[in-house]
Ligand binder design. Structure first.
Ligand code: DGL
Length: 360
């Protein structure tokens, strides 16, 4: 006997309807492309040279985001993309205020259900600093991929189009979630925390001292590692709760150096990053000014001009405990500055700062 409900539907017909809905939604889900927003800030990826032979002589920050997207129609094969022009600058000109503006825009976008991933096109000079900053302060597991180019789009063998295609493919992929902010350059997927611009005029410019996380080949990511340091959703820092980054400057170490830079910075900063020789060494004639500044509440953070696969060891050649200094661990000076500028919005305690440098 067939049982009918008040609308006269048999159980069998209801089951068939449920199955059809499930299939259509799963089919629709399978067909639905990830929604990726491309935030353009300028740089060489938006650069233009006078001739195709100009791979190193060009003007950065010329091509608008809609033309970048139109220049790679294949983006539509991997994601449903739309663009926003946040800035149009060469990245050496980035300010703390612009970092905050970019971070807050990304934080707002990743909260939207119609956004599955973010790509930031960026000049390569300070790309590593922006990527690390976003890694520290944006609370989302959605992929955020920062990408640049070493040659303008007008040049022979320009690298920007494939880098952008790779970035969108990685930002659209579910297996990119939860890995922190990423950088795609030259077929590689790098951690935004680790990567640095190691070479200034080659397409294979970006290196991570601990290796890439993976590769992108024909729009597919291949993963071999995942980050272990705290980032994004596991970070104690939140862009939505930060008004202004702390002022932090970097002084470069070298033989026969003077203490003039430290004295000049000392008046206006919350911390000085010492980009020391070797393992963050401090010349003995520099110690007095550092102690004077430390006594006025300025944090001293020992980083090193030597990078690429080591880290500054606490209390090795330098008595960090005695002088109440902080060490930057494996972070190069420019990344140490970013972490200090963020951390000092939450604490002025040197022991807390040292914990933060171990953990992020
Ligand atoms: N002016 C540099 C910058 O915007 C160009 C380098 C590049 O983007 O590759 O970072």
């Amino acid at each position: 006997m067939q049982v009918r409900n008040t609308k006269g539907w048999t159980a069998g017909r209801m089951l068939a309807l449920v199955a059809a809905l499930a299939l259509s939604s799963s089919t629709a889900f399978a067909d639905a492309k990830s929604k990726v927003v491309i935030l353009a800030t300028g740089g060489t990826i938006a650069g233009a040279g006078a001739t195709a032979a100009n791979s190193a002589t060009y003007q950065a920050a010329k091509v608008p985001v809609d033309k970048l997207i139109a220049g790679v129609p294949e983006l539509a094969d991997v994601a449903d993309v739309r663009g926003e022009q946040v800035f149009q600058i060469a990245s050496e000109s980035f300010t703390n205020e612009q970092l905050m503006t970019l971070g807050k825009r990304i934080s707002a976008l990743v909260k939207q259900d119609d956004v599955d991933g973010i790509v930031v096109t960026h000049g390569t000079d300070t790309l590593e600093e922006t990527a690390f900053f976003l890694n520290l302060v944006v609370h989302s597991a959605k992929p955020i991929v920062v990408v640049g180019a070493m040659r303008p789009g007008t040049a022979l063998s320009a690298d920007g189009m494939l880098n952008l295609y790779d970035a969108v493919a990685v930002a659209a992929a579910k297996d990119s979630r939860g890995k922190g902010v990423l950088v795609t350059m030259n077929d590689e997927i790098q951690s935004g925390r680790d990567v640095t611009k190691a070479i200034n005029i080659r397409t294979e410019a970006f290196k991570s001292p601990w290796g890439a996380l993976g590769m992108v080949v024909e729009g597919k990511g291949y993963w071999f590692r995942a980050p272990v340091k705290r980032h994004t959703t596991n970070s104690e820092f939140d862009i939505d709760k930060i008004e202004k980054l702390a002022p932090v400057e970097i002084a470069y170490g070298y033989g026969n150096m003077s203490d003039m830079a430290y004295r000049a910075f000392g008046k206006d900063v919350k911390a000085i990053i010492h980009a020391g020789t070797g393992n963050g060494s401090v010349a003995k004639h520099i110690v007095p000014v550092l102690q004077e500044l430390r006594g006025k509440g300025v944090q001293v953070i020992r980083s090193a001009r030597v990078t690429g696969g080591g880290f500054v060891l606490r209390n090795a050649e330098q008595p960090d405990d005695k002088y109440d200094w902080v060490v930057s661990h494996d972070l190069n000076p420019q990344k140490a500055r970013i972490l200090a500028a963020v951390a000092l919005t939450r604490t002025q305690d040197s022991k807390e700062l040292q914990r933060i440098f171990w953990e992020y």
